[in-house]
Write a protein that binds this ligand. Structure first.
Ligand code: KG4
Ligand code: ZN
Length: 335
């Protein structure tokens, strides 16, 4: 089965073709980052309009690159939520309409299930069961994964997602959008010893997270330190480093706890923040020291992409899932 995947939940248009048993045949991602940069964040209406412009040309490009025609496609998967509703409507309408015209089944995919299954696109793929840490701009969740579609929520953020905390703190530090990767770059020049940020909710049992306090801590540190700092640029880098260390430490502590409590050996990381180099390094060391294994998709499959949607949709279609012609994207949608 060959499935075309369409991802348009936020500010990336992602298109890919996945073939069951063979893998990824082609993929393309177009990022709207330049459009939104001058506003300091994603402008939903501009995102929708640009998805309309880019979706069909990218589908043509991906089909050309894979040497396929539309007659070779057996199903269409599109992101049905959660995300920006206008942006979701574009991908959903294209996906549903193409499937109807091509007389193949369509399937609306949960964006976070896409992220969750992305590590299975890599070699070696982790075997079930495993614990997944989903860390993106909208979600921070620990999930016990028993198989495809068999997910048990172990814990989640009670306020900001980890990526959201990265983005908001980056803004406080005067960094351009998108803040997460910029903050990580600045942190590389920072001194990890100068400031120590709290590790929220690690001193009590449970697997939930809270990241909004770290942003406030960063703001207060910035206010007190920047007034008398001899070198404001170094102070910013030191704050970025302390913030990143605190987020990474907190995620590592909770992941080890989740593996211990569930008795699982394998941990997968997915979502935009799992592209963070420091997080990967520290998590690898910690999980290996406990005798477990950690898995990550390549960075291009951590952030939003069409490949993960094609893959998740293919698994759903193979399992016999169907949907009616009427489609209903959902801005909010628990997994
Ligand atoms: O999964 P994703 O592309 O989109 C959502 O579904 O949200 O994740 C985007 C998030 C943003 O908050 C971004 O700042 C963060 O992932 N991010 C990073 C890094 N790369 C992306 N955060 C920290 N370090 C990075 N290297
Ligand atoms: Zn995402």
């Amino acid at each position: 089965m060959r499935v075309l995947g369409i991802e348009t939940s936020c500010d990336e248009t992602g298109i890919a073709v996945y073939e069951d048993g063979r893998g990824l045949l082609a993929q393309a991602v177009y990022s709207q980052v330049e459009i939104h940069a001058e506003y300091g964040g994603v402008v939903p209406e501009l995102a929708s309009r640009d998805h309309i412009r880019k979706t069909l040309p990218l589908i043509h490009q991906v089909l050309d690159e894979s040497g396929l025609t539309r007659a070779d496609i057996d199903g269409v998967a599109y992101t049905a939520g959660p995300g920006l509703i206008g942006a979701l409507l574009v991908g959903s309408a294209f996906g549903r309409a193409l499937a109807w015209a091509w007389k193949v089944p369509a399937i609306g995919v949960h964006h976070m299930e896409g992220h969750l299954l992305a590590p299975l696109l890599e070699e070696p793929a982790p075997a079930f069961p495993f614990v997944a840490l989903l860390v993106s701009g909208g979600h921070t969740q620990l999930i016990d994964v028993l198989g495809i579609g068999r997910y048990r929520l172990l814990g989640e953020s009670l306020d900001d997602a980890a990526g959201e905390a990265f983005d908001k703190t980056a803004k406080l530090l005067g960094l351009p959008y998108p803040g997460g990767p910029e903050l990580a770059r600045l942190a590389e020049r920072g001194d990890p010893q100068r400031f120590r940020f709290p590790r929220p909710m690690t001193d009590r049992p449970g697997l939930d997270f809270s990241f909004s306090g770290l942003k406030t801590f960063a703001l207060n540190t910035l206010r007190t330190e920047l007034t008398e700092a001899a070198d404001p640029e170094q102070t910013r880098a030191d704050i970025a480093r302390a913030f990143e260390e605190a987020v990474v430490d907190t995620l590592v502590i909770k992941c080890r706890r989740a593996l211990r409590e569930t008795g699982r050996q394998r941990l997968i990381l997915a979502g935009g923040v799992s592209a963070n180099r420091r997080l990967r390094e520290r998590m690898n060391q910690a999980i290996a020291a406990d005798g477990g294994q950690s898995y990550y998709p390549r960075p291009a499959l951590c952030t939003d992409n069409g490949a993960m949607i094609a893959f998740a949709g293919c698994q759903r279609l193979l399992a016999g899932h169907t949907e009616p012609l009427a489609f209903k994207p959902r801005a909010r949608w628990p997994m």
